[in-house]
Design a protein around this ligand. Structure first.
Ligand code: C2O
Ligand code: CU
Length: 509
């Protein structure tokens, strides 16, 4: 087909590609850092908080002087932050007021399969169907992608239940619609979801306005301020047509933190807790502080994707791949009052080299030293000898005659089981890549055992649910699925790769 030819003419390989904005880029460090509001329950009872969330379009000002129509949870980009207590259940009633199907995944959540946001468990638009001519059907669009007879498709509203039976951690939620996650997240469907517990509360970490959620992503804009994206669905975004040049992933040339371009925030000369989330479709960052602080390293990492580390780890810079989280403490008392500290991106993937700015505006309380021990009871996962080992190979490959991305040579099929781990049993998984793929597993948290011929890398510490597998490398992890049986998944979190079939099914027994 001409499509296959267009796709393969860009080569089987190729990393993510920069999509330039059609408008002049705004000046950095002018817009104040927004903090997404914390979601308020509509009611609570003995053990449960109930939330009501409408997913709808809204016009917002992202680029000063321009209007952007976003799709947002509660009409916001990023969505409101959920704050949960470990062990306290939440029920989120989501209403789809968009003109397209959605499905929401709580990334990092220990969630029953019905509420996990499987890519075919769609919530169809519920309201006025006018203006939906040409809307993509609920059926998958990737050529050759099979239908899913087990899909739970509802119209208008779905209740997502989150038991929160898990340790304190930085989670996030985002759209997971099969074949369309990348354009729908690009449009704004992402937010933070924090879980807190008593262990964390006993550590005396910076809190209140000294705890900053930082949802980092890149976007590009049309001349009129709307989002620019090489959409395969013309109802989704303005730039028409599938563009095989972007099958490696889309990079924007504007960096947004909490939805604002290169924002600035005033801080006091004391410690802050930064919840770093890379919510980008395909961009990796190497985050550092410029200038670096005097007398010590820039970041004290206290947690990763799945919660607190056993002890803090000091980093000069942090490599963060799509969907990874780093929970870090930065000590601004090591700067003179008045210093402008830029959070820079040293990763040379094209486009901007800075992310946001901290202005050390005033003196602050003398910071308490970080506890030497964080998660006191940190459990190290050890696969039993003679246990199950599985291999997953992430490469380019044909899916229905089109060049997509495959796992063990196969594009995603919701009807096929690619792995059937037993609940509660530790397994060894070997993740191997042709290019760079950030690999995410639903439900199963894991620990990195080795990377290539060496031990875990600097970004690999602690409990993880997403790990970057680099070109030609094998990352070996110990993994355990806890709490639920049923259908989950494993996929690349480069969202363009994910939409081009780089997903596999896991049936937990
Ligand atoms: Cu963050 Cu399956 O996704
Ligand atoms: Cu990938």
């Amino acid at each position: 087909s001409p499509l296959a030819a267009a796709c393969s003419s860009s080569g089987a390989g190729g990393g993510p590609k920069l999509l330039k904005s059609a408008l002049p880029l705004p000046q950095p460090f002018q817009v104040p850092l927004p903090i997404p509001p914390v979601m308020k329950p509509t009611r609570t009872d003995g053990g449960t908080d109930y939330y009501d969330l409408t997913v709808r379009p809204a016009d917002v000002e992202i680029i000063p002087g321009h209007k952007t129509t976003i799709w947002g949870y509660d009409g916001r980009f990023p969505g409101p932050t959920f704050e949960a207590r470990s062990g306290r259940r939440a029920v989120v009633r989501q209403t789809n007021a968009l003109s397209v199907p959605i499905v929401t995944h709580l990334h990092g959540g220990r969630t029953a399969p019905e509420s996990d946001g499987y890519p075919t468990d769609l919530v169809l638009p519920g309201g006025d169907m006018a203006g939906m001519a040409g809307m993509s059907s609920a059926a998958p669009s990737m050529p050759g992608m099979p239908k899913d007879p087990r899909a739970s498709v509802v119209t208008g509203v779905r209740n997502y239940e989150y038991p929160h039976e898990q340790r304190a951690a930085t989670l996030w939620y985002h759209d997971h619609r099969m074949d369309f996650s990348a354009p729908q997240v690009w449009r704004g469907l992402a937010g933070m979801h924090l879980i807190r517990d008593d262990v964390e509360a006993g550590l005396g970490l910076p809190d209140g306005d000294r705890e900053l959620p930082l949802l980092i992503c890149d976007r590009s804009f049309e001349a009129d301020g709307s989002f620019r994206y090489p959409a395969k669905d013309p109802t989704l975004l303005k730039t028409p047509g599938v563009d095989g040049a972007y099958r490696g992933g889309v990079l924007g040339d504007v960096i947004l933190v909490n939805g604002a371009p290169w924002p600035v925030v005033d801080v006091s000369a004391t410690t802050y807790r930064l919840r770093l989330l890379n919510a980008s479709n395909a961009r990796e960052y190497t985050l550092a502080l410029d200038p670096p602080p005097s007398g010590g390293q820039a970041f004290q990492q206290i947690g990763g994707d799945g919660g607190l580390l056993p002890a803090p780890i000091a980093h000069d810079s942090i490599d963060i791949a799509p969907a990874e989280r780093f929970d870090v403490v930065v000590d601004f008392s090591r700067y003179r009052v008045g210093t402008l500290v830029t959070l820079v991106n040293r990763k040379d993937t094209g486009g901007p080299g800075s992310v946001m700015r901290f202005h050390v505006a005033k003196d602050g309380p003398t910071p308490a030293p970080l506890p030497a021990k964080l998660a006191g009871d940190f459990e190290r996962l050890a696969p039993p000898s003679g246990g199950v080992t599985r291999n997953f190979d992430f490469t380019s490959g044909l899916v229905g005659g089109v060049m997509g991305w495959v796992v063990n040579g196969k594009g995603f099929d919701p009807n096929r089981s690619d792995a059937d781990p037993t609940m509660g049993v530790v397994e060894t998984w070997k993740l191997k890549s042709d290019l760079r793929h950030p690999i995410h597993v639903h439900l199963g948290n894991f620990q990195v055992l080795s990377r290539g011929s060496g031990g875990p890398g600097a970004s690999d510490a602690g409990w993880k649910d997403t790990v970057l597998v680099r070109d030609g490398e094998t990352v070996t992890v110990a993994i355990r699925f806890d709490g639920y049986r049923g259908r989950y998944m494993l996929h690349c979190h480069n969202l363009e790769h994910e939409d081009m079939a780089m997903m596999a099914n896991i049936e937990v027994r």
